[in-house]
Design a protein around this ligand. Structure first.
Ligand code: COA
Length: 178
């Protein structure tokens, strides 16, 4: 079973279908806060949608194109962190994440991203990892900045978010930056 012990009380693990109810509840109870920045929230309307997401994630894990893990904090499922769009030709990938609102402010995502980065560079031998976040998402941009990512610039209107195109800030870390 693929899992990481991040720190005391903080674990990452692959999502399985029996997690769908808990994961859907986490999204459903945090809809207004999450939908500001995550385009998939409005199309997640039932636990079946979350179950389908988990199935797709399992297929992507099997084909080595992404790794999505749940974040368990004191045994509660409080969000996800994933290594997405793994491009084996160029050995690059993107990291994405979200947390329930009340779990913010504890370093959960920063520490989880650090574990995911270690896995990406040391175990998968990737060369480059990106984090992209919408301009204005200050909590999200603080994560790569806290972890010493390099700010590369703005991807203009790179994301369709809440009815309009939004600029994205692009951050990167190279294996040689470690
Ligand atoms: C983006 C998001 C994950 C950031 O959450 P967060 O809790 O601020 O980030 P972390 O879990 O890394 O915690 C950092 C905070 O914990 C504090 N902290 C406590 N212990 C810490 C530790 N050991 N290490 C790092 N930070 C620690 C930091 O000081 C910081 O607090 P501050 O914001 O008051 O300065 C969250 O706001 C979120 O899910 N937002 C909605 C969805 C979203 O925007 N996803 C990203 C799309 S690009």
């Amino acid at each position: 079973m693929f899992s990481f012990h991040v720190r005391e009380g903080l674990e990452l693990g692959l999502l399985e279908e029996h997690h769908a109810e808990d994961l859907y509840a986490a999204v459903d109870m945090n809809r207004d806060y999450l939908r500001q920045w995550l385009p998939w929230v409005d199309v997640t309307k039932s636990p079946e949608d979350t179950q389908q997401f988990i199935r797709t994630s399992a297929m992507e894990f099997a084909s080595r194109s992404s790794i999505v893990t749940g974040i368990w904090w004191d045994s509660s499922l409080v969000g996800t962190v994933g290594l997405h769009k793994i491009d084996w030709m160029n050995r690059r990938a993107e990291i994405g994440y979200w947390l329930v609102e009340q779990a913010q402010g504890n370093g959960i995502v920063s520490c989880s991203v650090t574990s995911m980065l270690r896995y990406a560079f040391h175990d998968l031998d990737l060369h480059r990892v990106e984090i992209r976040c919408a301009v204005g998402n200050d909590k999200s941009r603080a994560v790569p900045e806290r972890l010493g990512f390099h700010f590369e610039g703005i991807c203009r209107e790179g994301q369709w978010l809440n009815g309009k195109y939004t600029d994205l800030r692009i951050y990167s870390k190279l294996a040689s930056d470690l």
